[in-house]
Design a protein around this ligand. Structure first.
Ligand code: BDR
Ligand code: CA
Length: 308
């Protein structure tokens, strides 16, 4: 069993990831922490609680975290509808969030667990950065940070930066720098995994509340993205949960990654795929504006039918 904490900005595809993690027999979700990203943190909390009600998991603690990035102003995304979750009209939960801040919930769950825990980060990494700065000793309690973010090719928020890293580049750099094994589920694989319309229909018209919600969310993804409409809906962040339980479906390489912090490429994850030492190795020196490089297990390709 994988013991996990999800850090989310629910978020259409975060919702699918939560539904899958809760339903999966090999995953135990210890808690969910919320951060601004796709939408305001208050929306993220209420969306997350509503999803957990649908999933029949009303006991998983949910805590509100950072309301804005470390340095950048608040800047919620526009791609997930006005409520951040596709405006599906999901009933509001009667439950309220845990009274602890996300950083405190993370700290408590990590220190109470007898076995190492995996954080699945599906959002800007502001909460993780705050945790690792405030309680650096918890790094030793983490099995790894499996994050959806970054790219070894192009970006989506900008030409080169993926949204979660772009939204809070300093936070991503701090999390990479914490000495915790890191696994990057970036756009190289994220953009590939879709579920075709017939399967989305089967989910939407199926017997379980979780499946019906996942089907509706996939249909939102298709409607929202005219390109993907022809071949299916993106499962998005849910793919990072697949990566946890079925790593054999991915081609993964351990590569040096650093987060660009300055200029037009701010928020880019620079993934070094060279096979031999370059001039920078020979002559040394790291340019201004970039964080240090760290070894990261980077998912580069995926068996799409298997994930779907
Ligand atoms: C990431 O940004 C968000 O819109 C999605 O939920 C995903 O985590 C993709 O860049
Ligand atoms: Ca997300």
């Amino acid at each position: 069993t994988h013991r996990v904490i999800l850090d989310v900005d629910t978020g259409v595809d975060d919702a699918m990831a939560i539904l899958m993690a809760v339903a999966h027999p090999e995953i135990e979700v210890l808690g969910i922490t919320c951060v601004e990203g796709n939408t305001s943190v208050d929306n993220v909390v209420s969306n997350t609680l509503a999803v957990l009600d649908t999933a029949g998991a009303p006991d998983i603690p949910v805590a509100a975290g950072a309301r804005r990035p470390l340095i950048e102003p608040s800047r919620p995304s526009h791609v997930h509808g006005s409520d951040g979750m596709g405006d599906l009209g999901l009933p509001r939960s009667a439950r309220i969030a845990d009274s602890r801040h996300a950083v405190d919930l993370l700290h408590d769950l990590l220190t109470q667990s007898e076995v190492p825990v995996t954080i699945i980060a599906l959002a800007p990494q502001t909460n993780l950065a705050l945790l690792l700065r405030q309680h650096p000793e918890v790094a030793g309690r983490l099995e790894r940070i499996l994050f959806m973010g970054g790219s070894a090719s192009g970006g989506n928020a900008t030409a080169v930066a993926e949204f979660n890293v772009w939204h809070d580049p300093e936070a991503a750099a701090i999390a990479l720098d914490a000495g915790v094994p890191a696994f990057m589920y970036g756009l190289d694989v994220f953009n590939q995994v879709t579920i075709d319309e017939a399967d989305a229909d089967a989910l939407r018209d199926g017997l379980t509340a979780s499946g019906r919600l996942a089907g509706a969310l996939l249909h939102f993804q298709m409607a929202d993205d005219p390109v993907s409409a022809s071949y299916g809906g993106h499962i998005g962040d849910a793919g990072a949960v697949c990566a946890l339980v079925d790593p054999a479906a991915l081609r993964v390489e351990r590569l040096p990654v650093r987060v660009e912090l300055a200029g037009h490429s701010r928020g880019q994850t620079v993934v070094d795929r060279r096979q031999r030492a370059g001039e920078d190795t020979v002559h040394g020196g790291s340019p201004a504006g970039g964080a240090a490089a760290h070894p990261v297990d980077v998912a580069l390709d995926v068996d799409v039918p298997r994930f779907a």
